[in-house]
Every structure is written in structure tokens, then in C-alpha cells.
Design a protein around this ligand. Sequence first.
Ligand code: NDP
Length: 248
Amino acid sequence: MTDWKNFSPKTNCLQDKVIAVTGAGSGIGSMIAISLACHGATVILMGRNVEKLEQTYDDIESHNAPQPAIIPIDFETATQEEYQTIQQSIEDAFGRLDGLIHNAAQLGSRTSIANYPVEIWEKLMKVNVNAPFALTKYCLPLLQKSKTASIVFTSSSVGTKGRAYWGGYAASKGALENLMETLSDELTETSAIRVNSVNPGATRTDMRAQAYPAEDPATVKPATDLEPLFLYLMADESIGITGQKIAY
Ligand code: NDP
């Protein structure tokens, strides 16, 4: 079990850490990136929309936090060469990676398997599963260079138990949970890298509004409530925690 609920992050708890966050231009990812930076981390902002990433960049700068970096990437179309280039550019700029938070995802269609569009299913697998796999694979040599590296896969309650009409999204999160367990198991004996998944629970973002259009957003918790959980998983206090599925 993890004790993130009792974690009181110090303002410098992530000082000197280099942490990459995917989907950092909006929603939970933007909140995570700003929070990590405000606790001392140099954050690599990854996502497909440069304007949104620049907004997060500007927010971080306005807090006088360490200067972040931006790496634009569209996970729907990313090639192996792009992942290799990302690995090289992080190596050149920072020489290592202390944290990797896989947050970017898409919801896809909310319909039955019988009616599920094949092209949407394939897109979800690319963005929600193939991208976290490929990015992890190419970042592993950089994470191995850190003494305290932490990988987080952002999952969902439907990742552990499928639910009607959540189709490709549920299947993609189930695959992500399994990837997390496999990777954690492989790394436990051979490296200091810890690997966990987070189910953030209902959180007020565009994706939540897309999934529950009739819901009053004011009744859903803001992304900032997730701060202590993500800070804990990136901070040294969570060293030794690996292979865990952590629900908010
Ligand atoms: P949002 O839709 O608000 O944000 C998703 C992020 O992923 C955006 O930054 C988006 O970029 C990025 N993204 C989507 N497609 C691509 C792509 N092809 N290439 C690069 N980036 C892409 O969702 P949330 O913030 O709500 O979700 C964050 C994570 O939390 C997800 O993994 C989600 O599954 C999970 N989650 C969320 C819950 C909630 O209630 N909000 C509940 C359970 C899990 P862009 O801005 O350009 O669209």
C-alpha cells in the first residue's frame, strides 16, 4: 500500500529532477506539469498542440519555476524514428530522465462493441497503448541513468474492470495496466526504476465532459486535487513502491 494521502510535499521535493509529462497542454497533464515544476522539477512538456504546450510553459515561467522544455509529438502518427529522436534530444539536453508520466489519452466512442468503429479502436490503441509502450522503450536507457526513476501510467477504473459502452478506451487502459505490471516485474530485480499506474477518478476536464455531457462540471473534483498523488509518485518518498495500481 502507498501512503500518498499523508504526503506533505516540500516545495523543493523534486529539485534537480527531469520529468517528462505527456498530454501536458491541457487537463490533468497540464496541472501535473505545473505542479511538478513548482516543486523544483525541470519538466519536459509533450503533446500534439504546441500552442497549448506553450500555455503550460508560460504558466510555469510565471511561477519562476525551472525552465521547462517542449517536445511536440502526435501519438497517433508518431514513428519509431520520432521516438528515437526524442530519446536523443533528451539525452543531449539533460543526459537522463528521472520521471516519465504517461497521461495523454483519448476517450474514443461511447458505444457498444457491436457498433464500435474499427478506425476509432485502432486510433485509441495507437494513442493510449502503443505510444506509452514506444516512449517507455526509447526512454528506458535515459531512466536507467537516474538513481531514482519513476514511471507512471495514467489509467482508469475501466482499466481493471471493463464496462459496457467503454469499448476501446476500457481495452486500452486494461492493456496499459498489464504493461505496467510486466515492466515493473522486469525491472524489479535489475534496476532502480519504479513503475506504477494511477486511476485519477472522476476529474473536471474536457475528457470527463465528453464522457458525461449531462453532468454539472462543478460537481466533479478539480485536477489540482490529484497533486499530492502525482508528486508523491515522482518524489523520493515513493522509492520502493512498484507494480501498484493506485486509485485516487
Ligand atoms: P483531456 O482530454 O483533458 O487531456 C488529454 C490530453 O491528451 C490532452 O493534452 C490531449 O492533447 C492529449 N492527447 C490526446 N491525443 C493525443 C495525441 N494523438 N498526441 C498527443 N497528445 C494527445 O483528458 P484528461 O486530462 O481528463 O485525462 C488525462 C488522463 O487521465 C488520461 O489518460 C485519461 O484517460 C485519464 N483519466 C481521466 C479521468 C477524468 O475524469 N478526467 C478519469 C480517469 C482517467 P490536446 O489538448 O491536443 O487534445
